[in-house]
Design a binder for this molecule. Structure first.
Ligand SMILES: [Zn+2]
Length: 172
């Protein structure tokens, strides 16, 4: 059954070309971009997931949304348009998954904090530092904008071990 108010989008999975493309910068944060952001939040919450990048809904644009949940640290819902990393540091390992690589969860090492510049929902330029879960999820989603998936961070041996499961995702 279709619902006219349902703005959720189909999430594409491993093997789809768009996931490997570099996303285009957004020229202006207009209503069409705000609509995309709204539909991405709805899709992310509906999945459910804690982050989503526009290429995952087959839109090759530099837009990500995140909303990790934690009882230990402060997190929030945030849309980042044309995000770029200005600085980063530290190291942490955390188990990641991805809505476009369903069923696979792997420990990934990343910087523990980042300083990012992005445009917000209103098109204002923001420079902000993130750590903890927010830094983790934002980095994962920013990778998508470069056509990169979290499994690309794995060692060749670890990658070989999940090869068959990746093929199964692709075949669906
Ligand atoms: Zn992902």
């Amino acid at each position: 059954m279709s619902d006219a108010n349902d703005v959720t989008r189909k999430i594409i999975v491993f093997g789809h070309d768009t996931l490997r493309r570099h996303a285009k910068l957004v020229p202006a944060v207009d209503d069409s971009i705000r609509e995309l952001v709204d539909s991405m939040f709805a899709t992310m919450y509906g999945a459910p997931g804690i982050g989503l990048a526009a290429p995952q809904v087959d839109e090759s644009l530099a837009v990500i949304v995140v909303h990790p949940r934690s009882e230990e640290e402060e997190t929030r819902a945030l849309a980042l348009i044309n995000p770029e990393t200005l600085d980063y540091g530290g190291r942490s390992t955390f188990e990641e998954g991805c809505l476009s690589v369903p069923g696979i969860f792997e420990d990934i090492r990343r910087p523990s904090w980042i300083k990012a510049r992005y445009l917000d929902f209103d098109g204002a330029e923001v420079t902000e530092e993130f750590d903890g879960l927010m830094a983790r999820v934002i980095q994962h989603e920013m990778d998508h904008l470069k056509g990169k998936l979290f499994i690309d961070h794995l060692s060749p041996m670890r990658r070989a071990l999940i090869k068959r499961r990746l093929r199964n995702i692709q075949a669906d």
